[in-house]
Ligand binder design. Structure first.
Ligand SMILES: Cc1cc2nc3c(=O)[nH]c(=O)nc-3n(C[C@H](O)[C@H](O)[C@H](O)COP(=O)(O)O)c2cc1C
Length: 205
């Protein structure tokens, strides 16, 4: 079980990006992972814009990212790239904020003309934060995302659902590999504590 944080970088209520992230979170939950949302639009605008990392809500969001095993980053495409809301939050994170964490990037957009925003915009941004691996990610057209209703969870149009599920499944595999390597490293560390002989300094006299 991994702790996965989902960052939503849409400024809008009723966001399609959030619906996509909820779809991803539900599936990760089915695989036994614990998921937690950070909706960046709920963070205070003033401290975000002035880079005030001491603000309580921003400090808490930073701590949540730091404590996560893995992160899903979701943003709508605005003017051919990720939102400014995502950028101002990323600017508040330390340079190694994603060190050792697998990351799954997802974008939503109105036009497939901007699918390359994933490779030329979002992924390089995430790489600067030291992510251990950045999944291939997905660009999903907003017309293919069906928000939740009172009775149904968010869903993805069947024409692209399989592709989105494949991305989530690959990410789940990354999480499994990471969890195993962490367990091995912990076991090796514990074993070295047991087998390392205790040396005592002899008194030369
Ligand atoms: C200010 C603004 C700029 C946008 N620019 C683009 C764009 O350059 N390329 C694109 O494909 N879609 C663009 N869109 C459409 C959004 O990316 C798309 O509707 C997205 O799914 C909205 O996500 P949200 O509901 O999570 O905010 C833009 C929308 C807005 C409001």
């Amino acid at each position: 079980m991994s702790r996965v944080v989902l960052l939503s970088a849409s400024p809008s209520e009723g966001s399609k990006t959030e619906a996509l992230l909820e779809f991803i979170a539900r599936r990760l939950g089915q695989y036994g992972h614990r998921t937690e949302f950070i909706k960046l639009r709920h963070l205070p605008a003033g401290p975000l814009l002035t880079g005030d990392a001491s603000d309580d809500l921003i400090a808490s969001a930073r701590a949540t990212v730091s404590a996560a095993d893995a992160v899903v980053v979701g943003s709508p495409v605005f003017k051919a790239t990720y939102t400014g809301l995502l950028k101002v939050f990323i600017d508040l994170l330390p340079m190694d904020a994603l060190h050792g964490k697998p990351v799954l990037p997802v974008l939503t957009g109105g036009s497939p003309a901007h699918v390359l925003a994933l490779d030329y915009g979002l992924k390089p941004l995430l790489a600067t934060l030291g992510a251990s691996s950045i999944g291939r990610g997905r660009f999903v057209a907003s017309s293919n995302i069906l928000p939740a209703t009172d009775t149904t969870p968010p869903s993805i149009d069947e024409s692209v659902e399989r592709d989105v599920v494949d991305a989530i499944d690959q990410f789940d595999s990354e999480l499994t590999v990471r969890a195993r390597s962490c367990t091995h490293a912990e076991a090796a560390a514990a074993e070295s504590l047991i087998t390392t002989p205790i040396t005592t300094e002899r008194n030369p006299s």
